[in-house]
Design a protein around this ligand. Sequence first.
Ligand code: ASP
Ligand code: MG
Length: 406
Amino acid sequence: MLIVKKFGGSSVANAERINHVAQTIVKSYKEGNQVVVVLSAQGDTTDELIEKAMEINPEASKRELDMLLSTGEQQSVALMAMAIEKLGYPVISLNAFQCKIYSTSTYGNARIKDISTERINNELERKNIVIITGFQGVNRRLDITTLGRGGSDTSAVALAAKLGADICEIYTDVDGVYTCDPRIVKNARKLDEITYDEMLELATLGAKVLHNRSVELAKKYNVNLVVRSSMTDAEGTVVKEDTKVERMLVNGVAVDKDVARIAVMGVKDEPGVAFKIFSLLSKEKISVDLIIQSIGREKIKDISFTVTKGEMKQAVKIIEDNKNSIGFDSISYNDNVAKVSAVGAGMATNPGVASMMFEALYDAGINVKMISTSEIKITVLVNDRDADRAAVAVHDKFMDAGMQIG
Ligand code: ASP
Ligand code: MG
């Protein structure tokens, strides 16, 4: 089998962990597999590198930041190769430049465009274990780019897709994907399986197990994906296409506290106003999430929406700067809000899910400020101090309801 194994920062945080992971890799190689390994930077290395940069120049260009941040992964692959050398097995480490992982040129948030598999395949034919830097690519100019925080998962899945790997194993410090963050919901449980679509919703909602683009890619190329622990032998969670056999009504509850709400009040009730506001924001690459437009009163209406906390001030400024062309009375904003979402493939075929969720929130005395739904997701906006309680209430309600056949 050709196996891609990805290990996150905590799994390679120090010499002891690296030696442990080296054993895991060698074990799989000795079983006769071709093994490609993708690594993140050790522990908090990426954060520390960002701090170093900010100390010198808080306005550092994104190109130079990527030049710096990519060194974290280069350290881990070299160290891992050394650990495997010590065990007496053939190994080679490669960076994105050497494997020709071509990406778009947006520094700090590049997307993988293509990978030339020639070098990797040559090394595999020479019976080498191949250790590759995650999180990085090279653009048209052959400058180093990075793929966004958590991007090593995406490197691993892209490599698995391109190499036609039999399986892509994402090793992390938890033993799989949980129904909710166990720090918030005590009786959260590990899932044996989850669909790509559910995982994508959860990853996008900020459940940090997988980089969302890695799930998109896994779905697109039908990559056989498993999330499992690097510390134990536990089975992990398989992420796959919907089997349509046993669909859970709700498979996961996610809490996202990185949310702020902006309300633009007293806009004219005429076509084009929402377009004006959201195109101004999208020009500055600010993405807007939940949107509510109130029912008009006397030719006037309000538009509220959410952005990330970090983008709130900028979004408010853009709208205020364009007050005349948009035309509104006032703007208000606050960041004491959070999103709580329930995700489940079974929702599409079970119309009662929304009312169950609202019942759970009502019973817990939690006020809902905004609502949005998709085929497999319901999101509510609540006060941030209510968020954890809301997650527990919703989680318990659906876990009690148990398995539903779609
Ligand atoms: N080292 C990078 C980060 O911390 C990429 C990754 O860990 O996936 O974001
Ligand atoms: Mg990660």
